[in-house]
Design a binder for this molecule. Structure first.
Ligand code: NAD
Length: 356
């Protein structure tokens, strides 16, 4: 069987890390036909948008994509390709497994946490009103009438958390736990302060948990969660979080297991999945054959698991783990002192050699 997969190289370091991931996926024993779809600043001039409709159409058709990071310039009228992609394909679940492989540069060992982040709602969803705009004035008027005076020179970002959105992400987390032999799901929130948004998240999570009696459920307040993760990360298994906390905690967990260079991810919707590393486009390293391709390779490992190609998935993960354990062909971020290290393409060569 040949799988047709949309490949979005992205920009910055994206083309290098996706090229490396593509090579190791091809060597894992599964046949792929890659449908290249360009997105980002580089296609603005040609299409007038960083996310051409053809990219969305390709993913909708193939139902599966491997994506490199795409730069979101700050302060210019350029919408985030990543947020737009997640929204237009309703990729509501962001899955970020964070696992320490022996030999990785980390203070921790035996961490194996899966972060399940809600991807479409919350403060991160981009429902915002600029200071001084007529919409902000109307909203502030309503707030002043119902909740007391709010300063007129305020900008507003809305935190929207729905029962529907919460139910499906928590259900996703429990279904994932059940399918992957996981034992515990922890909901993370600040329900003590934000009673109507995080409070709703927590009460729906508790309700969903009742449908999975074999899986332990608990909840932890976000600030305590940060402290617990740094002190004793091994106590956690699957975490389920609203969008913004999920964003922050994913990076924290990436830090526990060796950094962004080894943190893979997947954005999942109904029957559709986009695999991408947690890290961004690190523009300063673009074209230098320097950065770590393992996060994208491990996203490829998740892609193989999603395709139910277990032997190939296991082969790839084992080869990556062996390269890490050996410590010879790893990039600078995996070396103590953060200097020296192999190039991006040499890491791919080493992983391929291990699979052979
Ligand atoms: P970043 O993840 O691109 O880089 C931060 C730092 O992490 C880098 O300077 C580098 O030191 C390190 N790093 C990242 N990836 C690495 C790798 N593979 N190997 C070794 N070291 C690595 O974060 P940033 O600088 O905040 O963001 C740069 C751009 O990427 C921004 O425009 C941001 O919006 C975008 N971004 C895109 C995505 C995405 O496409 N999904 C995700 C995050 C950020």
């Amino acid at each position: 069987m040949v799988y047709t997969v949309t490949l979005i190289p992205g920009d910055g370091i994206g083309p290098e890390v996706t090229a490396a991931a593509r090579r190791v996926l091809e060597a894992a024993g599964v046949k792929f036909k890659w449908e290249i779809a360009e997105a980002g600043a580089g296609v603005m001039a040609q299409y007038g948008t960083p996310l051409p409709e053809s990219v969305i159409a390709s993913i909708k058709k193939n139902k599966i994509a491997l994506k490199g990071p795409v730069t979101t310039p700050i302060g210019v009228g350029f919408r985030s390709v990543n947020v737009a992609l997640r929204k237009s394909l309703d990729l509501y679940a962001c899955l970020r497994p964070c696992k320490t492989y022996p030999g990785v540069l980390s203070r921790y060992q035996d961490v194996d946490i899966v972060v399940v982040r809600e991807n479409t709602e919350d403060l991160y969803a981009g429902i915002e009103y600029e200071k001084g705009s007529p919409e902000a004035a109307r909203l502030l008027q309503l707030v002043s009438e119902t909740r007391g005076k709010v300063r007129e020179d305020s900008g507003i970002s809305l935190k929207i958390i729905s029962e529907f959105g919460t139910r499906r992400i928590v259900k996703y987390a429990f279904d994932y736990a059940r399918a992957n032999g996981r034992h515990k799901v922890t909901a993370v929130h600040k329900a003590n302060i934000m009673k109507f948004s995080d409070g709703l998240f927590l009460s729906v999570a508790r309700e969903v948990a009742k449908g999975y009696p074999e899986i332990e459920f608990n909840d932890v307040i976000i600030d305590n969660m940060c402290m617990q993760l740094v002190r004793d990360p091994q106590q956690f298994d699957v975490l389920v979080l609203p969008n913004l906390y999920g964003d922050i905690i994913s990076d924290l967990c990436a830090g526990l297991v060796g950094g962004l260079g080894v943190a893979p991810g997947a954005n999942i919707g109904e029957g559709i999945a986009v695999f991408e590393p947690t890290h961004g486009s690190a523009p300063k390293y673009a074209g230098l054959n320097k950065v770590n391709p393992m996060a994208t390779m491990l996203s490829g490992f998740l892609l193989l698991k999603h395709l139910k190609e277990k032997p190939a998935a296991d082969r790839l993960e084992k080869a990556i783990a062996a390269v890490i354990a050996e410590g010879k062909f790893v990039t600078y971020d995996m070396k103590s002192g953060k200097s020296g290290g192999a190039g991006t393409s040499e890491v791919a060569d080493a992983v391929i050699e291990k699979m052979e």
